[in-house]
Design a protein around this ligand. Sequence first.
Ligand code: ATP
Length: 468
Amino acid sequence: MAQNLDALRLALQHSPDNAPLLVLFADGCLDEGLVEEAEQTFQRVLQNDPAHADARLGLAHVALLQGKTSQAAVRAEQIIADTPACAAAFILLARIHITEGDLPKAKAMYDQGIALNRSLADPGIEKDLHGVKPSEDDGAGRKRAAITSGGSYMESAKDKEDDDDGHPRGGAAFDLGLAEMEKPKLNFAGVGGMEALKEEIRMKIIYPLQHAELFKAYDKKVGGGVLLYGPPGCGKTLISKATAGEIKANFIAIGLHQIIDMWIGNSEKNMHEVFELARRNAPSILFFDEIDALAADRRDLRQSAGRNIINSFLMEMDGSESDNDGVLILGATNAPWHIDSAFRRPGRFDRTLFVPPPDEGGRAAIIEVMAQKKPIAELDPRALAKKTDGFSGADLKAVFDLATEEVLNQAMKTGKVIPLTTKDLIKAAGRHQATTKAWFESAKNYAMYSNQSGFYDDVLKHLGLMKR
Ligand code: ATP
């Protein structure tokens, strides 16, 4: 396959705008795990032909592989909205719902895809969905955002008029009540490994918040923004929540869906409400997952509908109109290279934390935490950790899920609980591919060639390309 890719690369030098060639090449990149290159290639196709279905589907696939399931779902749903007969989009949506653990919805999507095109039948998916009844919801409940060629979220004509519940747009649709806020019980003890990162968080976040009076005496503000970046599934969300738990602060998580709602709803008002909620409940942590959906460096977007929301976010963050004392804004991203430099100015996301994949000791600790929730006969966390180099926390969770499925199949036959063993887990690990390697391939290029003000030093150190 790598040879084919080389041949395609050569062909593209002669015919750089050839859409079928580009799609073939991008699909090949996906097969080889070159996710970033695939993403760039699909985007090239869309620059010339914004409606190109295969390229749009490709980007949805990329998002799924990057662990951005919400974004993948929104992209796939948009394709279906525009091209209701696109069987492959239904199948991809089924895969996304399986990843999200919503099997009935996955089944509904899969059945629709197969009804449109039987040749897309996928034995792997069928195994996952065996015996599952399809949900009656066709998946349209998810708020849709139109996605334009550059991959940016834009207002769609339909969404401007109504939201999916038929409510007219205008602010009330984005209902952010206290239900969205919690004081997490999770603290650092519930997060396996990550000792160096925990220490960094103590120094950069926890001590300043705990000693706010001391900081005030020196006329220094407490709070501000910290950008967490790293490969998918390595615990950015988990450690953010645990940080709130550690200092008994309120935790308000804003996910991609809410960001998208803000794009298509009454953005400034909603953004203000979110920040006000955090301010009223300080000390609080306001966590923006997949912040690149908001902070991406896309000039076209900044000149259009997106400008308002970006400006209102920056204004709220600067606290020019209100006081953000005691409000810590955490932004998580897998693609820090897409973050606009305006977001990294002093007073905004001026501190960064690299959240790396766990090392062997870290994996052993995560494995111990995960094993607490399962019936285990005997566990050698070190042995499993040795066999899972490059695995993220989410990968390890997938290993536990795979092993559990296997044992459950046997347990169902006997009707008795069969505890998991280290051997079951090691076997399952052999069936799972580490998801962090592709990320480092992209990150390495950025770290080596655009490491302004040492932003990627931690990545270079992790890769052994810079002294610790
Ligand atoms: P993404 O970039 O895809 O949003 P993320 O970096 O925010 O991912 P999380 O969502 O925090 O990653 O982690 C994914 C899952 O992996 C968690 O729900 C948890 O089950 C597991 N996990 C990751 N790291 C750890 C850890 N250190 N200890 C225990 N579980 C972990």
